[in-house]
Write a protein that binds this ligand. Sequence first.
Ligand code: GDP
Length: 440
Amino acid sequence: MTVAALSTPKAAGGLAVIRVSGEDAIKITDSIFLSDLSEMEGYTCAYGRITDGEEIIDDVIVTVFRAPHSYTGEDVTEISCHGGIYVSERILSLLYSVGAVPAAPGEFTKRAFLNGKMDLTRAEAVMDVISAQGGAYLRKAENVREGHLYRKISSYRERLTKLLGSISAWIDYPDEDIPEVTDEAVIRELTLIRDGLIRIAAGYDNSRIIRNGVDTVIIGKPNVGKSTLMNALSGCDRSIVTSVPGTTRDIIEESVRVGDTVLRIADTAGIRDTSDIVESAGIERALARAENADLVIAVFDNSEAFTDDDRRICEVKANRKIACINKSDEESRFDVSLLSGFDSIVHISAKNGDIGDLSGILSDMFIETADEFLINERQKICLDTAADRIKEAIDSIGNITLDAVNIVLDEALYSLLELTGESVSETVVNEVFSRFCVGK
Ligand code: GDP
């Protein structure tokens, strides 16, 4: 089946690109195009006109890709036409009238996967590369698209296969000259593999943060400069500040980009409106939010002495905590050595737009530490399942036969093959690609 779809956004623009893929891609495109494409080699293009009977639709460039050297691994043409919505729709309906069918969401990438051009982790990363909003996200997603995760998983998969092989040989040919497989050696290797998989799975939390932004709560006494800091942060990149309408207040969350890190700052209206953040109702609310947040930024006033309220702020429990000593432009009365419980301390002057090295600190905290990047929960679940099965196998060695251990390890292996898509049900594949957009 030859499919066609618009691969650029459905909006007026300088150019639009229509992609056609499948056995008859070149023949179908040729039949609506006035120049001859049939003899063209892959990676070449032709200028010509698309007509509907007597009517001229557009002057276009057609690029030809021949199987298997194309994105999908099939014959592909890409028609670059003028970027009008009507023009691209006309060309598409012409293509449909001569034998192409509309491509489903993600169908080009799905075909690339099914034709062995990329494994499932790379295919899934394509969508993230497209939706990346910041440099860190793009870098990490590109890494996966380029095969980093696939190679890591493959190396663990190979080790597991090798172990399964030697266990089987040991069981099946006890009389032959097969190296002995001891319980200790099997447990040692399985533990190493499991630890490796757990390490990769642990990257999921940071991946989520890089993708969605750091869920952040700003706390501090009245007048220390919380709203001024908020304004200074927004000033870092106002273009991506988003406002989510709340029910009782006008803004409940804002996203700001600080260097490479996107912070989602909760309840900014609260920061702006209230000065009660250490008073009963305020502190209760802030505490509850802080505990579940990825990050708490506590603001202190450099021009005032450390107080009991500041101590209470030090005691707030949170996953990560940064202390911002604000008003560093003023004479210091604040004793920094009394602070405790913070991952980092930074001196700032929010009023002057000076946020010190906050951007470097955030990057070290949330981006550089994330050596593994997982694209989605599916990948995490496959890793968790494999690690659980291996644990089950380790725990049962000595209690059940090695044959039975092998069966459990087979399930672990299947999870890894499912992760890379080397052995995966059609339902999972369809589910993965249904989240893509049409034309990708
Ligand atoms: P909030 O109650 O914590 O939100 O504090 P605000 O942001 O409203 O600031 C309280 C006061 O501190 C205002 O008068 C600000 O202009 C002042 N302020 C904020 N940041 C700085 C700073 O970096 N240096 C100085 N000198 N004053 C600041």
